[in-house]
Design a protein around this ligand. Structure first.
Ligand code: IPD
Ligand code: CA
Length: 258
C-alpha cells in the first residue's frame, strides 16, 4: 500500500515524540494544572515541540495542538496533535498513553497516527486505504452478543459530562462488560483492532480522538454521536462502534445526549 508523504511524516513525528516520552517516563516528571483542571507535564511540552518543529518544517498545513496556540497554514488542512493522550497515566507511571496525530479537512480526518511509545505499536490510517497496526490490516470485531462484548467509556473534565457518563455506565453495565484505561486514542484503537466492540465518551477534546476516529472508520467501524448520526464536528457525544453492536448501545443512551 502506498501512503502519502504526510502519513510518513506523521509517523516520523510520532516516533520522535515517542523517544522523548519513553526517556521521560523513567525520570522525574514535573506538572502544571491547566484552567480545565487537567494536567500538563514538562514531557508533554517537549514532545509537542518536536512534533510541531517537524510538521512545520515539512508541510504547509495549519497546526492545532493541545498544549500550544494554533498556527495558521496555507493548504486548507490542519494537523491536530495530542503529544501525550493519557497525561495523568503517564505522570502516575501507568502504562496506557499514546501520541496522537491527525490531519483534518474541516470535520474529517484524512490521516491518523496513534503511537504507543512503550510497546512501539503504531496504528495508522489514511482515507480509503484501510487501517493498520504496524504492518497488519485491521478489521473491527463481528461479535453480536452483548454478554461477550467489551465497551470502553471515557469522559472529559467537566462535572456535567461526568454526571452524564455515570448514567451511561449505570445503563450499559446491565448488559455489557465495561472498561476504562484513561487514554481515548488507545481505547478507540482497540475498536479498530477488534479486541473490543465500542468506545463511548462525552467531553473529550478533538485532539483526543481525531486520529483514532479515522483508524476506526477505516477498520470498518462507525463513528457517530449517541443518536447514531454521523459526528457533526461540533458536539463531544462520541460513539465509535462495530456495526453489530452499535444499535444496542444507541438504544441505551440516545436520550442522554443534550
Ligand atoms: C485525556 C484522555 C482521557 C480522557 C480525557 C482526556 P489527555 O487526554 O484522553 O482518556 O478521558 O478527557 O483529556 O488530557 O491525557 O491528553
Ligand atoms: Ca494530552
Amino acid at each position: 500500500m502506498d501512503f502519502s508523504k504526510d502519513v510518513v511524516l506523521a509517523i516520523q513525528a510520532a516516533q520522535a515524540a515517542g523517544k522523548i516520552i519513553k526517556q521521560g517516563y523513567r525520570k522525574k516528571i514535573t506538572t502544571e494544572t491547566k484552567s480545565d483542571r487537567s494536567l500538563v507535564t514538562n514531557i508533554d511540552q517537549s514532545a509537542e515541540r518536536v512534533i510541531i518543529d517537524l510538521l512545520e518544517k515539512n508541510s504547509d498545513h495549519a497546526i492545532m495542538s493541545e498544549e500550544s496556540d494554533e498556527r495558521p497554514g496555507s493548504s486548507g488542512l490542519t494537523w491536530v496533535i495530542d503529544p501525550i493522550d493519557g497525561t495523568t497515566n503517564f505522570f502516575r507511571k501507568q502504562k496506557a498513553f499514546a501520541v496522537s496525530i491527525a490531519l483534518m479537512r474541516e470535520t474529517e480526518s484524512v490521516l491518523g497516527v496513534v503511537f504507543n511509545p512503550l510497546t512501539n505499536d503504531i496504528y495508522y490510517a489514511e482515507q480509503n486505504k484501510g487501517a493498520f497496526l504496524n504492518k497488519r490490516v485491521l478489521h473491527v470485531a463481528q461479535e453480536s452478543e452483548p454478554i461477550k462484548s467489551i465497551i470502553f467509556f471515557n469522559y472529559g473534565s467537566d462535572y456535567e459530562h461526568r454526571e452524564t457518563i455515570a448514567h451511561v455506565v449505570r445503563r450499559l453495565i446491565q448488559k455489557f462488560d465495561l472498561r476504562i484505561w484513561g487514554t481515548t486514542a488507545l481505547e478507540m484503537c482497540t475498536v479498530a483492532l477488534g479486541t473490543c466492540d465500542a468506545f463511548i465518551c462525552v467531553g473529550d477534546k478533538l485532539w483526543d480522538y481525531a486520529a483514532a476516529m479515522l483508524i476506526v472508520k477505516e477498520a470498518g467501524g462507525l463513528f457517530t454521536d449517541w443518536f447514531g448520526a454521523p459526528w457533526n464536528g461540533k458536539n463531544s457525544y462520541i460513539l465509535a462502534a462495530q456495526p453489530k453492536i452499535q444499535h444496542l448501545i444507541i438504544s441505551c443512551v440516545k436520550d442522554l445526549q443534550k
